[in-house]
Design a protein around this ligand. Structure first.
Ligand code: ZN
Length: 154
């Protein structure tokens, strides 16, 4: 989905929820969709404040669920207690495999269509209907292996 199309979707969703399209929400939208890496709510707050310094933490936390509900963002739970978000490229979430660096929590994503086959084959053998599935691999990123530390460590 293009950025203008995503923006239209976002505005429509806000209107449906009875929420106003404010500069703060637009800054959050711009900041979120510009990210290439997975980010947390706190990181998004920083990014959005760089665009509009009047963005509040509360607005970020209220806007994130709207952006995931409207499929503009995908929520990624790597079991670290903190939720990560990433712009949704439109693919099926059941076919994404995550590889997470144990040291810096950096998340690498890979399309894994074989998972869907695996999930449905395994489920049908047990006469079950698959609802969701995920594959997560813990790893050390290249920098960690080479230098013993990651740029995002700590
Ligand atoms: Zn790392």
């Amino acid at each position: 989905m293009s950025i203008p199309a995503a923006l239209e979707k976002f505005k429509k969703f806000l209107t449906q929820k009875g929420l106003r399209v404010t500069n703060q929400r637009l800054a959050i939208f711009d900041a979120a969709l510009a990210q290439k890496e997975h980010f947390t709510a706190e990181q998004l707050l920083d990014y959005a404040r760089a665009i509009d310094d009047s963005v509040s933490r509360a607005t970020v936390y209220r806007t994130l669920p709207i952006m995931t509900e409207s499929s503009l963002l995908r929520e990624v739970d790597i079991g670290s207690g903190e939720k990560y978000y990433t712009p949704n490229q439109g693919g099926s979430t059941t076919q994404v495999a995550h590889v997470v660096c144990l040291d810096c929590d950096r998340i690498f994503e890979s399309s894994a269509p074989v998972m869907e086959w695996y999930g449905s084959t395994f489920s049908s053998k047990l006469n079950l209907t698959p609802v969701s599935q995920r594959l997560q691999v813990s790893a050390h990123c290249t920098l960690f292996r080479q230098t013993g530390t990651c740029p995002r460590h700590g």
